[in-house]
Design a protein around this ligand. Structure first.
Ligand SMILES: N[C@@H](CCC(=O)N[C@@H](CS)C(=O)NCC(=O)O)C(=O)O
Length: 275
């Protein structure tokens, strides 16, 4: 059920579209891409994840799991990026982001579910191969974050990421192998067609865009998937992709990622060495 009862009841008084999001967050990128494609006006509430704002009581009263994104549409609170983009396409059907043929809706929903399921591996790989350079908290900031955040899955993840041993190699390798299998599936589906479902851009394409982009930042071996590469180039030419994703990525962070990826490559411990 996409609409939930807010703990912060003042949200019910908000009119129009409000999005709590993070510039780099892949789940937020999906939502911003749909907002851009639909040409919708929305009010931006950037959650300062680096400062641990999502561990604060104010944000946790908006999103019960303390994650981004969260959206309010005329007083109705929605969480889960896949539910949010589905909601946006239903409330504002033009331009359509679902396939034209009724039989293709189930196909699109299956791709949305797979994109959602891929989130845990995306998170593991992003932290291992990119965020080590930029997202490590000082012991004091980590302690404050862990004390404030009530989402135990998230705090366990950050505890492991910040531990001396880091995320265990076998976990990272398993995430990389599952991601490769998912990309092979996408590649096969895209053989001989421009979009994942039906003859036009749909929510299925939008849901996968951020994942592909994120893996490209870590120099994932995309040469393995020729159809996926052609789709990626088509996606990158879309104005909604630029407005919803590219324009929100801070270039100092991208520079730090590139330097870190180069270092891991030199060491022979980059993502390719896990596949
Ligand atoms: N299934 C959720 C996942 C939300 C999620 O994991 N959000 C990430 C950013 S993409 C987050 O808030 N992470 C907080 C953190 O890593 O501290 C959705 O699709 O909205």
């Amino acid at each position: 059920m996409p609409i939930i009862e807010p703990e912060d009841t003042s949200l019910k008084n908000l009119r129009g579209l409000h999005l709590w999001h993070g510039g780099l967050s892949s789940c937020s990128q999906r939502v911003r891409i749909v907002l851009a494609e639909k040409g919708l006006d929305w009010e931006s509430h950037v959650v300062d994840m680096a400062a641990g704002e999502h561990a604060g009581a104010a944000y946790q009263a908006i999103h019960p799991k303390g994650l981004v994104p969260a959206m309010v549409d005329d007083g109705a609170l929605l969480i889960e990026s896949i539910d949010i983009i589905d909601h946006l396409d239903r409330r504002t059907p033009e331009p359509p982001l679902r396939p034209g043929e009724a039989g293709e809706e189930a196909e699109m929903q299956a791709w949305l579910a797979k994109a959602d399921a891929a989130q845990a591996d995306l998170k593991t790989l992003s932290h291992e191969f990119l965020f080590q350079a930029t997202h490590k908290r000082s012991p004091e900031k980590l302690a404050a974050f862990l004390a404030g955040h009530r989402n135990e899955t998230l705090t366990a993840f950050h505890r492991e990421f910040h531990s001396e041993a880091g995320i265990p190699r076998d976990k990272v390798a398993a995430a990389a192998k599952r991601t490769d299998a998912g990309f092979r599936e996408l590649d096969a589906a895209l053989a001989g067609r421009d979009w994942l479902v039906g003859g036009r851009l749909t929510l299925a394409d939008v849901a996968w865009m951020p994942n592909i982009h994120r893996m490209a930042l870590m120099d994932w071996p995309f040469e393995r998937y020729p159809h996926l590469v052609r789709w990626k180039e088509r996606i990158e030419a879309l104005p909604c992709y630029r407005q919803g994703l590219v324009d929100w990525e801070p270039s100092p962070l991208l520079d730090a990622f590139a330097a870190y990826v180069a270092r891991r490559k030199e060491e022979g411990t980059d993502v390719r060495s896990y596949l």
